[in-house]
Design a protein around this ligand. Structure first.
Ligand code: NAP
Length: 269
């Protein structure tokens, strides 16, 4: 059962193979969403400073009845923070807002601030500074693992050239119809796990006729097919939902997509 399975990160830390995404879950609903997810068997929650729900997520972690050490919590340094000092402050703020003694995984949300996401400036220096703050918090035991998000090859190389602790994962956009195979291969070659965010294309794949047809063939829902697709690629999916029924559905993925259908799905545009 997928909820009981883990990947092992390069530093030996185990990370549950399925995580609950929490983008767009507001702070007051996050507590209940985390509690519901934990009751269903989820042990991995993905939040971020930018989601403004770290407080609710932390409440949910403390209230869910599962031992802290059995839950895996990821949060992210806001994309706009590109200085060492601000990054250090933001890590301590996340710990405080979450109300946790340690965070399992903390990652740089994006190499570029969102408003300049399509610009040419890679913020190489700022990302090295943010990375140094993560390394220090990791060495101090505040974070069990550290990583990246939305990092392309050049951004990854920038960190690898100067780091003292190598990143353990890269969280990127990956779903049927948009799977960046080259970046996945490169990230994995560098010893990192790849997490697939927006595995349902933010819900858009639910209306895709071709995907619906393949899901029907396996007697599963489109979200189940999407989650299973990323798992069969060796990725860690983070489907988001507030509905317990959807949480259950997204975690019931003990079926196998055939090689032929995987090839079709991989090539879908
Ligand atoms: N690192 C980054 O830059 C980044 C960027 C984007 C996302 N993420 C992470 O990845 C997570 C997932 O991505 P996402 O939020 O963009 O979208 P997603 O998981 O691809 O899709 C979420 C949508 O699908 C719906 N849904 C989920 N399960 C369903 C089911 N079984 N049946 C029917 N509908 C279902 C949800 O509905 P309801 O909301 O009604 O439940 C929601 O509208 C985020 O929450 C966040 O944690 C990270």
């Amino acid at each position: 059962m997928i909820l009981e399975e883990t990947y092992t990160l390069s530093n030996g830390v185990e990370i549950p193979k399925l995580g609950l995404g929490t983008w767009l879950i507001n702070d007051k609903d996050a507590r209940q969403a985390v509690k519901d997810a934990a009751e269903i068997g989820y042990r991995h929650i993905d939040t971020a400073q930018a989601y403004r729900n770290e407080s609710g997520v932390g409440d949910g972690i403390r209230a869910c009845g599962v031992k802290r050490e059995d839950m895996f919590v990821t949060t992210k340094i806001a994309a706009e923070i590109k200085s060492y000092k601000k990054a250090v402050e933001s890590i301590d703020k996340s710990l405080k807002t979450l109300g946790l003694d340690y965070i399992d995984m903390m990652i740089i949300h994006s190499p570029k601030p969102w408003s300049l996401f399509h610009g040419n400036d890679h913020y190489f220096e700022g990302n090295r500074e943010a990375w140094r703050s993560l390394e220090e918090a990791y060495k101090a035991g505040k974070l069990r693992a550290i990583g990246l998000s939305n990092f392309e090859k050049a951004d990854i190389d920038n960190i690898l050239e100067s780091c003292t602790v190598a990143p353990m994962l890269n969280q990127i956009l990956a779903h049927i119809g948009n799977t960046p195979f080259e970046l996945i291969r490169y990230t994995e070659e560098k010893g990192m796990l790849v997490e697939a965010y927006s595995p349902l294309a933010h819900g858009r794949l639910l209306r895709n006729k071709e995907v619906m047809k393949i899901a029907a063939k396996y007697g599963v829902s489109v979200p189940q097919l999407c989650v299973r697709y990323t798992l069969q690629l060796g990725l860690l999916p983070l489907p988001k939902t507030v509905h317990p029924a959807y949480m259950k559905n997204n975690s019931a993925v003990d079926f196998e997509i055939s090689e032929e259908d995987m090839t079709f799905l991989k090539n879908m545009k």
